[in-house]
Design a protein around this ligand. Structure first.
Ligand SMILES: C[S@@+](CC[C@H](N)C(=O)[O-])C[C@H]1O[C@@H](n2cnc3c(N)ncnc32)[C@H](O)[C@@H]1O
Length: 221
């Protein structure tokens, strides 16, 4: 708990206890061979076998009646939906973030990101559900080429878990889900293939610990 694990999520998840996690929030490679302007890419972004088998393991480690929130783009959606449903998940929601800039252009200008709400069993419905259209907060991609903002991930963590819950992200990147979880009083487990992102995530989490310690001292004074 409260650990960043360096390695292949598909292997590492196999060693995790079944039904031990309250919520998964994850942003896997979209399987689109993405390159940013600086030429930075994402590991396994052309290798579905390095990504999709993780969902069967995620289903196993999630507690019954719990949710997995997974980002995914429309271009490789058939592969993702097959992996999700074959793992046992039901698709119970779709969240769209609207961007005021186009991240790419094809037949349309791409002004959104999306994530899918996947259920294991029958999670209780919230009294005040999160709106499924959200405003995109640009992260600046300082730490990672496809970095999500702490604001956007924090909203998911707050909506779909409670204080003290364990939030897992098996495709952690620079650590955004772990940072958002720690800031919101949740425990986290993060798994990431690339050592440099594990190191970045650790550094960001040290910053969070310092911030929370200062905040608690100020509260106590
Ligand atoms: C889309 S990025 C996540 C970015 C993250 N949301 C952030 O804010 O920094 C996906 C990450 O999954 C990692 N990855 C790809 N295949 C993996 C695997 N099999 N196990 C663990 N991590 C993997 C990549 O190295 C990449 O950093």
């Amino acid at each position: 708990m409260n650990k960043i694990i360096h390695g292949n999520a598909i292997e590492i998840l196999k060693d995790m206890e079944r039904e031990s996690v309250d919520l998964v929030v994850t942003d896997p490679p979209y399987l689109v061979n993405y390159r940013d302007r600086e030429g930075r890419g994402v590991a396994n972004d052309t290798n579905a076998d390095g990504v999709l088998p993780a969902f069967a393991e995620l289903y196993r480690v999630l507690k019954d009646n719990s949710l997995c929130i997974s980002f995914a783009g429309w271009t490789a959606l058939d592969g993702f939906t097959n992996a999700w449903t074959q793992a046992g998940f039901k698709i119970v929601g779709h969240i769209v973030w609207t961007k005021d800039y186009a991240s790419s252009k094809g037949q349309t200008a791409y002004h959104h990101e999306s994530a899918y709400v996947l259920a294991k069993g029958w999670p209780r419905k919230p009294l005040k559900p999160l709106a499924d259209v959200q405003e995109w907060v640009y992260s600046g991609n300082k730490y990672h080429p496809t970095e999500k903002s702490v604001e956007n991930i924090g909203a998911l963590v707050r909506a779909f878990s409670k204080q003290g819950d364990i939030v897992l992200d098996p495709f952690l990147g620079s650590g955004t889900t772990a940072v958002a979880s720690a800031l919101n009083g949740r425990d986290y487990i993060g798994i990431e293939l690339e050592q440099k992102y594990c190191a970045l995530a650790e550094r960001r989490l040290q910053g969070v610990s310092r911030y929370l310690a200062t905040k608690n001292q100020a509260k106590a004074a």
